[in-house]
Design a protein around this ligand. Structure first.
Ligand code: NI
Length: 255
């Protein structure tokens, strides 16, 4: 079965047909989905979806573009939500120097605090790193992320960094629609460099729909395009990609 390790089905773009879409997943071979949170307001919605669908799990955390919402006591609130049996990770957390450059210091502080919480709870982290490769790596290392593990979501770093992320940080690396884009040289090189036991797939729905759906609302049903591309890049069958990424996802998120 297919495991979509990163989606946002709480997004308002699914308001018109969310239940209908989610009910169609299992008969289309999408057997597991993990929704990531961006802010506190979203966390009850993540939990609600996880409670209503046996194959849906969740993560709770503050996205780097939402650090302004991390007000006093935010960590205690995340800690409470994280106690839910279907919350399997802290995320998405990290640094975004593309959309938000004026809050770098605040982003770094909130990021480090959430890694510390993940270690306390022994939950893996889900990392958002956009145009912030060096600082993301440094903060993960300084905060001993290898103790709880985690995943670089929608990996956009270099193939050279893959080895350090896997071996020094003890993390997994996830790929989505970007590997199918035209001129996607860098993510494709990276996707070839990840060891089989550290590879994951994801959609980041409703964002980043793969070719030939690029620009449309993404959904887990389109993951077959990503699977086919990874199979081609790595010289294995699509079935093998599907199987290893399911096993890897279950291991990382303890499902
Ligand atoms: Ni995301």
């Amino acid at each position: 079965m297919i495991f979509d390790t990163h989606a946002h089905y709480t997004d308002e773009r699914f308001d018109t047909d969310r239940d209908e879409l989610l009910r169609s997943m299992q008969k289309n071979n999408v057997g597991l989905i993990l929704n990531a949170a961006s802010n506190l307001e979203e966390m009850p919605k993540i939990i609600d979806l996880a409670e209503r669908y046996p194959f849906i799990y969740g993560a709770v955390g503050i996205h780097p573009s939402d650090v302004a919402t991390a007000t006093d006591g935010y960590l205690d609130k995340i800690r409470e939500y994280a106690k839910h049996s279907k919350i399997k990770a802290i995320g998405e957390i990290g640094l975004d120097y593309y959309w938000t450059t004026d809050t770098k210091e605040q982003q770094q502080k909130i990021f480090a605090e959430q890694i510390e919480l993940a270690r306390e709870l022994m939950l893996p982290v889900i990392i958002h790193d956009r145009e912030a490769h060096a600082d993301t790596y440094r903060i993960l290392k300084e905060n001993k992320v290898w103790e709880c593990g985690g995943v670089y979501h929608c990996y956009s770093g270099s193939a050279e960094m893959v080895e350090q992320i896997v071996n020094e940080l003890n993390m997994y690396i996830a790929f989505g629609g970007t590997v199918t884009f035209k001129n996607a040289h860098k993510p494709c090189e990276s996707a070839k460099a990840v060891p089989s036991d550290r590879l994951l797939i994801e959609t980041d729905s409703p964002y980043l729909a793969p070719t030939p759906y690029r620009g449309k609302r993404n959904s887990s049903l389109y993951l077959t395009s990503v699977i086919d591309k990874l199979a081609e890049l790595r010289g294995v069958t699509a079935e093998e990609i599907e199987n290893i990424t399911e096993q890897n996802g279950r291991k990382l998120f303890n499902i």
